[in-house]
Each structure stands twice: as C-alpha cells, then as structure tokens.
Unconditional design. Structure first.
Length: 109
C-alpha cells in the first residue's frame, strides 16, 4: 500500500491483489485497513466489501485467456509459461502479444 502514494492512481482504478482471503483476526484487521486505504484513493466505495477470488498460485490456460479478455489490456507479455506461443494463437488477433526474449528490452506504451 505504501506505493499507492507514489502511483496516485486515478479515481475508479481497479486494485488487484493475489493475496488469499483473511483466515485469522490479524488478517481481518489488515483487510479492514486495506479497505480504508482503497476508499481513500477512490479504488472502492465506502461500505463496499473487497471481492475475493481464490488464488492457488497457477491459473489454467483457459482462465488466463478469459481474464485477458475481461481486462482487455493494450499489451500481453506472457511470462512464467512453457507455452507463450499459445497466447498469440488464441488472442493475438485482439491483443498485442509481446513474447520476451532473454536480455531484450520491452517498451511499454
């Protein structure tokens, strides 16, 4: 959360975290504190709950492709995958796919 001061996201931006749901009192307090900061920065409305999606560490290919379709990014950079070429075949007609090469710079617009 400390970085939000530096980033100063525009009102209505979406905050996505890959943290698990709270399962103890301390984590519930942390989530309450997070909710207050998200409200302060205009990333959620007062009284709205934080939406959770279970994160197990690795998503399956179909879920990743559905996520990309829903988010609609300007560019997709597949990392930590053995099948980066699948992205180009599946969604390359709708999204710019930039498969990184070791040592090669990627310019983000």
């Amino acid at each position: 959360m400390n970085e939000l001061f530096d980033v100063s996201p525009p009102q209505g931006s979406i905050y996505i975290s890959a943290a698990t749901e709270p399962f103890c009192d301390e984590m519930e307090l942390d989530e309450c504190r997070l909710g207050n900061w998200l409200e302060y920065f205009g990333l959620k409305n007062a009284g709205d709950d934080i939406t959770h999606y279970h994160v197990s560490g690795h998503a399956n290919g179909r879920d990743l492709l559905d996520f990309i379709t829903d988010v609609n990014p300007k560019m997709v950079i597949p990392v930590h995958t053995e099948h980066a070429d699948t992205f180009d075949c599946e969604i390359g007609d709708k999204h710019e796919i930039n498969i990184p090469s070791l040592g090669e710079e990627i310019k983000i617009r």
